[in-house]
Design a protein around this ligand. Structure first.
Ligand SMILES: NC(=O)c1ccc[n+]([C@@H]2O[C@H](COP(=O)([O-])OP(=O)(O)OC[C@H]3O[C@@H](n4cnc5c(N)ncnc54)[C@H](OP(=O)(O)O)[C@@H]3O)[C@@H](O)[C@H]2O)c1
Length: 315
């Protein structure tokens, strides 16, 4: 019997899935009723479309999870989806697919903050003046959440001769040699010139970066959030920026997305806001396809596919 995949990904992606060596049947899933796949498919592939925001408010459908054996989230974060979605026999995610791209974004943010050549660009003899640039080597990057993104950033930062401190949830060693693990988020924030948020959005991490934690930051520190808006208390961030406790914030994520018109984060002089683009999907979609294809191979061989989501921790 053919393996049946219900997919929310785009038509060209689904055409690639159809060409997988297992010759699966691939069907489209209605955006509004993704649970319709429960009666038709073995695997449901989902992506974080806006429609999930509405579905999140709905009660768990009676037919869920039905005959489904596996749910595959294209995104590593599963916070976009209703909780009942994790109540399937197997849930896995696209962890790692975009980590290198996101790490490049973080390093770009650090260099823009410290070595913005545009600010010293000389357009004539009158502009031939000494102007101080900041420094990267010798400064400290503090990483909150040392998973695939945090690790990819840490490797780059160590190569740039930065000190790197980090906090993770579990009491395990650092996956990257040279990173100094600290025992609390507050200690990491207090140690850093650049603070990177790269932890998942879960019940435990909501507003984990609050006013008390931000009060520990070095004056002038630069905060970079590529995780989710919910991990950061946005009012506390604004207060810290206005009080000079923080120097600058680079935000690829906010809560909600987008922020309402007129929200102070849009135009704050010490905030650079980008529209959740760090993962660069058009570039990484091939990596996502390769990962899904390899995971289908593993599953059909009777093995456990990569990056199983733990429904109790939420990541
Ligand atoms: N901006 C974007 O476009 C974009 C794209 C992809 C992902 N993201 C976001 O980035 C997040 C991280 O991605 P990833 O691939 O690095 O995920 P990951 O590999 O699952 O890593 C998550 C890390 O966070 C740590 N963590 C969990 N709870 C924590 C807590 N309470 N305090 C401190 N650390 C905690 C984990 O600790 P342990 O290692 O000890 O478990 C792990 O090191 C995702 O969950 C997603 O929300 C954003």
């Amino acid at each position: 019997m053919s393996f049946v995949i219900a997919s929310q990904l785009d038509e060209s992606f689904n055409a690639q899935l159809r060409a997988h060596s297992s010759a699966p049947i691939v069907i489209d899933v209605p955006e509004e009723t993704p649970w319709a796949a429960a009666s038709q498919a073995d695997l449901l592939v989902i992506r974080p479309s806006r429609e999930w925001g509405r579905i999140k408010a709905l009660a768990r459908p009676a037919e869920w999870p039905g005959n489904l054996k596996w749910v595959y989230s294209a995104s590593v974060g599963v916070d976009f989806y209703p909780r009942w979605l994790l109540d399937a026999p197997l849930v896995t995610c696209g962890r790692g697919v975009a980590s290198e791209e996101i790490a490049d974004y973080v390093i770009a943010a650090i260099y823009l903050q410290t070595k913005d050549l545009e600010t010293v660009r000389a357009r004539g003899p009158g502009a031939w003046k000494q102007a101080p640039l900041g420094r990267v080597a010798g400064t400290t990057l503090g990483i909150v959440g040392l998973g695939t993104i945090g690790s990819a950033v840490a490797r780059r930062a160590l190569a740039a001769r930065m000190e790197v401190t980090a906090a993770r949830r579990r009491s395990l060693p650092s996956p990257v040699r040279g990173v100094r693990l600290l025992d609390s988020v507050a200690a990491v924030v207090g140690s850093a010139d650049h603070i990177l948020l790269a932890l998942p959005a879960t019940d435990a991490t909501r507003s984990v970066i609050d006013a008390a934690i931000l009060a520990r930051a070095k004056p002038g520190a630069h905060l970079i959030n590529v995780a989710r808006g919910s991990v950061l208390d946005q009012q506390a961030l604004l207060d810290a920026l206005d009080a000079g406790a923080l120097g600058f914030a680079t935000l690829d994520v906010t809560e909600p997305e987008p922020l309402p018109a007129g929200h102070p984060l849009w135009t704050h002089p010490r905030v650079r806001l980008t529209p959740h683009v760090a993962s660069n999907y058009t570039v990484v979609r091939h990596a996502l396809f390769d990962k899904i294809a390899a995971d289908i191979d593993a599953y059909l061989r009777g093995e456990i596919p990569s990056d199983v989501v733990d429904a109790t921790t939420g990541y």
